[in-house]
Every structure is written in structure tokens, then in C-alpha cells.
Design a protein around this ligand. Sequence first.
Ligand SMILES: CC[C@@H](C(=O)O)C(=O)SCCNC(=O)CCNC(=O)[C@H](O)C(C)(C)COP(=O)(O)OP(=O)(O)OC[C@H]1O[C@@H](n2cnc3c(N)ncnc32)[C@H](O)[C@@H]1OP(=O)(O)O
Length: 253
Amino acid sequence: MADVLLEQDNDGIVWFTINRQERRNAINYEVMDCLQKTIQMVEQNDDVKVLVITGAGEKAFCSGGDLSSFHRLQTKEEAYSMLGKMGNILYSLLTVSKPTVALINGTVIGGGCELATACDFRYAKRGSKVGFVQGKLAITTGWGGSTMLFEKMSYDRALHVLLEAEPVSAEKMYEYGWIHSLLPEQGLKEECRKLLSPYLSKSVHVLRAYKTAAVAKWKNEAFRARFFAEIERCSVLWESPEHDEAVRAFLNK
Ligand SMILES: CC[C@@H](C(=O)O)C(=O)SCCNC(=O)CCNC(=O)[C@H](O)C(C)(C)COP(=O)(O)OP(=O)(O)OC[C@H]1O[C@@H](n2cnc3c(N)ncnc32)[C@H](O)[C@@H]1OP(=O)(O)O
């Protein structure tokens, strides 16, 4: 079974579905590579108006990086090669010139929250759990997630969710402004389509022009330096014994 499912609708939506339910849609290198190619395609293809990222099944949107494979990365250099790769992909997602949506169909944890933060809009199934839990693994966000969070949420709320590092409800994250729409459990895709229909009725050139204006503030060296400094700091923490122990405990539970 493919790790990613890709569909394109006639109305201009591309649906990117992480298809690793048995790992709660954790991100491995194959998912990263598919996401990178999809973002390039969305950027170039004028038939595409909106990119929607979601997870297969009903349990999880994404549980972050695949700890069973990334736990092999021991040194900060090894960690940086993986974190920097995904950081570059999320930077392209953040700045792609079409609107993007994270359709949160269940639990979203760790790097899954970073993936969702890189999108323009977050629509979530009511009752989903949202956890920037990296602190409990003795690391920080390592894919540019906190740098993006500080841009997209109020300073004190962003700092609070990162420092607390506990899963909270989608309803709480709606109150915090991170989630834009809470959706019923049934018919998630149709509800998402309804929310997008005003955008889909506009010309792709209008969508591209507004999105280009919106992300101009992030297309500069100062922002990129902050973004990749976060990844560097996470790489240093990655090689600590505390992180190693926390991941071992999760994998051996
Ligand atoms: C690497 C980048 C870094 C970042 O920059 O943020 C990260 O993303 S660090 C990773 C952070 N993610 C986590 O810590 C998530 C860990 N997972 C969980 O807490 C839970 O699995 C869940 C997501 C809350 C779901 O709980 P539940 O529904 O009870 O399922 P299980 O726990 O039984 O999981 C089922 C199955 O899936 C495996 N799994 C889950 N998450 C991951 C993961 N991130 N990587 C690898 N494997 C994962 C889990 O081990 C179970 O496997 P089996 O026991 O073999 O069935």
C-alpha cells in the first residue's frame, strides 16, 4: 500500500493523504519526498487551486516523525540531515503560492502539528487532540514549527502550548486561533469542500496573487535564518541521552 494517496478534483483541489494508519500517519522519507513533489506540482500547475493535506482513517491526522525509523539517527549531524530536509519542505509549503489546508481528521502530534502549522488554514474534526509534545521527548520542534507558530498565533499562547507540551483539545486550539473551523465527525471532506467553495470560484491568478502577497514577509533571509536556527537547536537536543531515553520508552511501551 502506498504511503501517500494523491487525488485531484475537477474543481481544483489536490488531496494529499498520508496513508500510514498503522503508524498513526507518522512521516517517513517516502511521505517527505511525495510532499515535496506535490508542492512543486501545486506551484507550477494552474489547474490546481488549493492543496488539502489530511490523514487516512479516523484516528490520526499525523503523529509526527516516524520514531521507529528516525530513532536510528544518533548524532546532531544525522538529525540535522532529516530535520533540515523536512524543514525545507515545510518552508516551501508555508510559502507556496496557492492556499493550503490541513484537514485534521484526528489526533495531531509533534511534527504533525508543524505540518499543520505550515498550512494556511486548519480545519479539525471536533474532539481531535492536538499536541506540540516535543518538550516531553526532550527536544523542541525541529521542522520550523515553533518559528511558524510564533508568526501565526499570539506570542503567549504559542509559548504556553510549546512549554506545556501536553495534548489539548481541538476546541481549545480553536479558542487560541490555531484552528479555523471545527467540523462534525461525519462527512469531513464534504464539509471541507464547502468551506473552500468561495475560493474555488475565483481565478487561479487571483488566488496566486493574494497568496504571494501574504507570504512575502517570510521570503527573506532573516526569517529563513530564524527557521533554520530552530532546526539546528533541535538537532543538538536530539543527540542528548534524555531524548534517546524518551523515544526508547515510547517504542518499548
Ligand atoms: C521527528 C520530528 C519531530 C518534530 O520535529 O516534532 C517529531 O515529530 S517527534 C515525534 C513526535 N510524535 C510523538 O511523540 C507521537 C508518538 N505517538 C503517540 O503519542 C501515540 O501513538 C498517538 C499518536 C497519540 C496515538 O495513540 P494511539 O491511538 O493509542 O495509538 P498507539 O500509540 O497504540 O500507536 C499505534 C501504532 O503506531 C505507532 N506510532 C504512533 N506514533 C508513531 C510515531 N510518531 N512514529 C512511529 N510509530 C508511531 C505506535 O508505536 C503503535 O505501533 P505498534 O505498537 O507497533 O502497533
